[in-house]
Design a protein around this ligand. Structure first.
Ligand code: GLN
Ligand code: ZN
Length: 787
């Protein structure tokens, strides 16, 4: 018997119906009931797709209006007390409050005695959001405090179950397993041990599984992807007693793991008393033989053979070569599935209007992956001959992709082979570069700068949209953007900033903008993937060897520099971030693709330098998030990722200053590698942690210059100079002041001009005040020594 199933389906809708309905609901344009109806329609449509594709089960529990982890917070009744929900508040409204917070109704900056009576950080902040394992999906983080208590609220899940059951097929609900749910949460008070909550939570799972069984469910999938992490011993030990307890319920549990090899947890996963085990045979194909050895034959084995994380068509011959012996070993019983939930790929790419016919043959969205599962099943059951036509079509497409001249560019391969030794090293060590750069740039101490983007105003977006629709000719669009750049430059001069930026008006997105100008990239019209809530991204498709046919930013930078005497920073996206935020080809190691990107960026860096740009920033906000889930794989990743950055950055003269920028993350565990980038200046996000994130840089004695962000650009609040002075003084305790820069946490594209100007004015003032203090201190060292 071969069964097919999925671990979750995209929920946003083929035309992003859920996104638009959510946004209309939040604007008050449609009621909760109307939104609910959209949800019902989408769920039904997606189950019908699963049914029509011939899957053995319909999967329930993967739908969420905002987030599936927030669904679990509600399912187990542990909404944080700080939201002060009343029993009368509908569950959907509470879901959105947790996701989006409650804003203070008066939108103004609290000043001394503004008298509004609201606390400084007013309103109720949303739950924290963080990345779901190593994906670009963000989940809402459960909060555990001393008063956390659980109470089962299964109404929503049971209602969705009934909706699916009405379609007449077996239904398999999916849930986060209790250990992964606790692991994903955050203890919000000293002395709270998440694992300590297990004994309270477990009875609710027992109760829930019992109710699902009573509702006619045979299989329940419990996701425990943390089995792919390096877990503390107490957590691995907790698996045995947890699943022993759940085994007492009369329902079959399918334990699902994904994203990462099981490694040392493999024997544990195979011996837990569950009815079935799902493994990710895309990320951990090497482990499949060990799983086949260890998993008792009375368990079901679900093999995640179709890639749930990438959009390339499956290589069915290779898949069958692994599945056939597995099927035999399992006595003819096997489940087939995508490696993980299909949430991470677009719904469909088969008819995408922007991909040409050839590319459309190479890709598979969620819908196409369902068909791949069915085809594999039929080939296994009936033999290749029964599906010869379809198999050969698939084979032709795979071969075509492998050998297409669009994919392989011999010149790129040759360049990679012939890279000179030392291509990833600057000419001189930092101390000499610093001296030469200081001589050339003549900046004051504590130089001020920004991270790159200035507000992307409605006018800018409208001009770009009109240009894309063909209504605004290229020349007029270019002039409109040059005008924006001129305004940004004038604004920065008026503020008295030291190192200027052109403001990135002409960029839609920091990856897509470059990808559009590189060979080897393609773009879908509708390949949307949910990032969080109603937010979707459309990652570019990196399908072939990367090269740069022409300079990408030089004209803009030259124009911007011509408008000012001050140094103008050239602004580029680094190779690792280009890789991380794209769907990347899987026919060669990511390290090789990163190097190709690095060479393209390197060429751009050198062209900028030749155009007279003295400061060049290469953004790598995604460097940290590319880290593998298993620590043992960190060194390899960090070695190639940092090398790619250095290849991009190291072609320049000693007196050209290279900056990098990173955000969204803790850096302390990879400081040596950040230092190994050897950027002359790094700007990082630190203000929200009150400079705590900077501590590690001090302890580690980070050798080059640092701009710790002094204000949070995610908030419309305008910070006062005094706050930034305080943060800078704190920073100066950790990093010598002569190596400090003054800048915001990140780019300003989401802000408006008035708040941007107000905040930067305060920032420049803060820098000036600190410079005076430093100058006084230098004149009277004894005074400071005693202070
Ligand atoms: N230069 C980019 C900007 O300012 C950096 C964005 C980022 O770090 N995510 O918008
Ligand atoms: Zn940033």
């Amino acid at each position: 018997m071969i069964q097919t199933h999925i671990l979750g389906f995209p929920r946003i809708g083929a035309q992003r119906e859920l996104k638009f309905a959510l946004e209309r609901h939040w604007r008050g344009e449609i009621s909760a009931d109307e939104l609910d109806a959209t949800g019902r329609t989408l769920r039904r449509r997606h189950w019908e797709q699963q049914r029509d594709a011939g899957l053995s089960f319909l999967t329930v529990g993967d739908f969420a209006f905002y987030d599936q982890v927030a669904n679990h917070i509600q399912l187990f009744g542990c909404e944080p007390a700080r939201f002060g929900f009343s029993a009368a508040e509908p569950a959907l409204a509470r879901h959105f409050t947790m996701a989006r917070g409650v804003a203070h109704t008066l939108t103004h900056t609290h000043g001394d005695g503004c008298g509004c009576g609201a606390p400084a950080a007013s309103g109720t902040p949303a739950l924290e959001m963080t990345k779901w394992f190593d994906t670009n999906y963000h989940y809402l983080v459960p909060e555990f405090t001393a008063d956390t208590a659980f109470a089962l609220a299964p109404q929503r899940l049971l209602a969705e179950l009934a909706e699916a059951q009405a379609l007449g097929l077996p239904v398999k609900p999916i849930l986060l397993g209790p250990l992964t749910f606790l692991w994903l949460g955050k203890a919000k008070a000293e002395g709270i041990d998440r694992l300590g909550l297990l004994d309270q939570l477990l009875p609710l799972y027992v109760d829930l599984l019992t109710r699902l069984a009573a509702a006619g469910v045979q299989w329940v999938q419990l996701d425990e992807p943390i089995l792919g992490l390096d877990l503390p011993a107490a957590w691995t030990q907790a698996f045995e007693r947890t699943y022993q307890r759940l085994a007492k319920v009369d329902v079959s549990v399918l334990l699902a793991t994904y994203f990462s090899p099981l490694q040392t947890n493999l024997p544990l996963a195979c011996r837990l008393p569950v009815a079935g085990l799902h493994v990710d045979a895309v990320r951990a194909l090497d482990e499949l033989p060990a799983v086949l050895d260890a998993l008792p034959l009375d368990r079901e084995l679900s093999i995640g053979i179709v890639d749930g994380r990438n959009i390339w068509r499956a290589d069915l011959d290779t898949a069958l070569a692994h599945l056939r012996p597995a099927l035999e070993r399992r006595g003819g019983r096997l489940w087939l599935a995508p490696s993980c939930s299909l949430l991470h790929v677009p719904l469909s790419l088969a008819n995408d209007a922007s991909l040409d016919a050839e590319l459309r043959r190479w890709v598979a969205g969620a819908a196409e992956k369902l068909a791949e599962l069915q085809l594999l099943k039929r080939a296994l059951l009936k033999g290749d001959d029964a599906v010869a036509g379809e198999l050969s079509a698939a084979r032709t497409a795979t071969d075509e992709q492998r050998h297409s001249p669009r994919v392989t560019n011999p010149a790129v391969a040759q360049r990679l082979r012939q890279m000179p030794a030392g291509i990833d090293r600057r000419i001189s060590a930092f101390a000499r570069r610093q001296r030469l750069q200081r001589k050339r740039l003549k900046l004051p101490p504590l130089p001020t700068t920004t991270i790159g983007s200035f507000p992307q105003t409605p006018a800018i977006r409208a001009a770009r949209a009109a240009h894309k629709r063909g209504e605004l000719p290229a020349q007029a669009y270019r002039e409109a953007m040059q005008h924006e750049i001129a305004q940004a430059v004038a604004a920065q001069e008026a503020l008295g900033l030291d190192v200027l930026v052109h403001g990135e008006a002409e960029r839609n997105d920091m990856v897509e903008y470059f990808a559009e100008q590189l060979q080897g990239y393609a773009f879908s019209a509708n390949g949307w993937v949910q990032s969080y809530g109603s937010r979707c991204v459309k990652p570019p498709l990196l399908f072939g060897d990367v090269s740069r046919p022409a300079p990408m930013t030089v004209e803009w930078a030259r124009h911007a520099q011509s408008l000012t005497q001050r140094p103008m920073k050239g602004m580029l996206t680094g190779p690792v971030t280009m890789l991380q935020w794209s769907f990347v080809r899987d026919d060669q190691p990511r390290a090789d693709t990163a190097l190709q990107l690095a060479l393209a960026v390197r060429d751009e860096v050198l062209d900028l330098e030749a155009a007279g740009i003295a400061v060049i920033q290469i953004d790598e906000p995604a460097l940290r998030e590319g880290l593998p889930l298993r620590r043992a794989q960190w060194p390899d990743y960090l070695a190639w990722a940092t090398r790619a950055f250095r290849v991009a950055a190291s072609g320049v003269r000693d007196d050209t200053q290279v900056h990098t920028h990173m955000c969204y993350a803790e850096f302390n565990d990879i400081l040596p590698e950040i230092a190994a980038l050897d950027a002359d200046v790094i700007t990082i996000e630190t203000s929200r942690s009150d400079m705590a994130l900077l501590q590690g840089f001090g302890t580690f004695r980070y050798p080059n210059e640092i701009g710790p962000g002094v204000y949070d650009i995610h908030s419309p609040r305008v910070p006062a100079a005094a706050e930034m002075v305080r943060l800078l003084r704190k920073a100066a305790e950790v990093v010598p002041a002569d190596r400090l820069w003054v800048n915001p946490d990140c780019g300003l594209k989401t802000r408006s001009w008035p708040e941007t100007m107000a905040a930067l004015r305060e920032m420049v003032q803060a820098a000036q005040q600190l410079r005076h203090e430093l100058a006084r201190g230098a004149r009277a060292p004894a005074e400071t020594a005693e202070a």
